[in-house]
Design a protein around this ligand. Sequence first.
Ligand code: FES
Length: 608
Amino acid sequence: MDRSPQSAPGGGSDVAEGPERVHLRFEPDATEVRVPAGTSIFDAASWNGIAIDSTCGGHGTCKKCKVRVLDGEVPVTAVDPRAFSPDELRDGWRLACRAEARADLVIDVPPLQTRPKAALVGVGRHVILRPAVQKRHLVLDEPSLEDQRSDVQRVLDGLDDLEPRVELAVVKTLGTVLREAHFDVTAVVADDVLIAVEPGDTTVRRFAIAFDLGTTTVVATLLDLETGTPAAVRSMLNRQQPYGADVISRVSATMLDDAALSALEARAHETLSQLAAEVCEEAGVAPHEVYEIVVVGNVTMTQLALGIDPEPLSMAPFIVASHDLPPALASDFGVSAHPRAPAIVFPSLGAYVGGDIVAGMLATGLTRDKRVRLFIDVGTNSEIALGSNERVLATAAPAGPAFEAAQIRCGMRAADGAIEGVKIRDGELQLEVIGDVEPIGICGSGLVDCVAEMVGAGLLDHSGRFTDDPRMTKIGEERVFMLADDVYLSQRDVRELQFAKASIATGWNILLREMGLTPEDISQVLLAGSFGAYLSPASAVRIGLVPPLALPRIVSAGNVASEGAKMAALSHRERAEARSIVHEVEYVELSGREDFNDLFVDQLAFPG
Ligand code: FES
């Protein structure tokens, strides 16, 4: 597994070319945006918070997304003549979802016909509620000798603003459903597929589940798509734990034992299906009322859950099965939902920058914000992204298990009894312990705090060596710093943390270098992931894990992967944005870079 910072040099890295960008001005507000050439006007507007009418989700069927091109060339598409007269076309009217921006444009956006509902999700993101799952209540004319339209045609004719594809499974039961319900039914459309026709009016009942499929913890959020609010949230440990704490050990398990891949797939399914059952039960929702699931996870977790061999992810040249997986169903993840509910899987940027990070970028608006921001998801494999709406670079730094405290002598997960915070004030040691119980170990955030405080108190020098301070004691031959009766920190533990933080710091230094920026150019540091959420910004700066910004500018972004998953369930536009992030963000491979080792060695010391 060639993921160590010291791994083989050669090759030289480098950054993929970013796509060409075009400049759009939206009237009447004169909002200026830059997007990759070829982006639809509809997406360019919605990514920048400019609402354009739509009910079909950009499929070109509702004909509501009318805009007028005031300046610049946009060819007439095949659908435009169905929505506009020849005069209107000459005047520049186009359907925004069909119109590709290939040159600089000025576009007039008419006022909205309907007032959209919005939900606050992500990191302060206001998402306009436009779920891909839509319902239409239809009271249809009963067939007669004068009206012999087929059952399918009758339903499609009732859906005036949508033109979905129809699944065979729906046709099989359609005749019975229509007649038993006296042609009073509700059509359920997910994206562009008619997935169900239900008797009566069920329009107020539509749900989706957003899953954050983490290596350690899995979180499920049941979303009411009518209101945009979470109906229930549950989390549990990933049942794959017995196969190893991190992705590398789980991949190793599949390489050592032929049966392990299907066992790991089954464990993932058990985890997801138990969570789905729990959130549905808590909210009084029947599984068949869940019409979609969204799954975000790192690439290894996603591939294992789908039974895809993860071995090529684990060794150079680190190849993913597919950046954007083919359409899947909730049942492919073992989740009992509506039998034809799709599973939306977040796309990945690279083997070590997966859908969870794309979700994080979506939730933080990293690719849309004018400010230069640094995003770090701190973990065994730490993902780092840097940029603004102009350009974003991302990389993955193999930090090793120090943050999970796995290779720390008294390390433990962030559970009851773990020291999660350490302060040394006037020579006095103050501990924060999870669960307010006697300390039995130290977790990642406690480790970072402890080392930062020891540097501040003169117990560690800047190279990371224990000083001759009398507060140091010995266990056997080893010099240690005692935190509690059975909890201590050894010199080796400090070295583990130094390697981890140097790996991350090298990652963001290389991204700064590639962008031609310095730490002073960064407006904000976003610490993501379950570990990042508990990390003290002051300690992170003191050990050099993050650049030395004023502390209010270093913020914990929380579980951004879950937030991104929720956004994709609530808005098809946000979902489209997630796909565009994959094309816009440039991936920088650290393995094999000639400058990696020198930079890494520079970053081992603690800042003076
Ligand atoms: S036609 Fe529906 S969004 Fe364009």
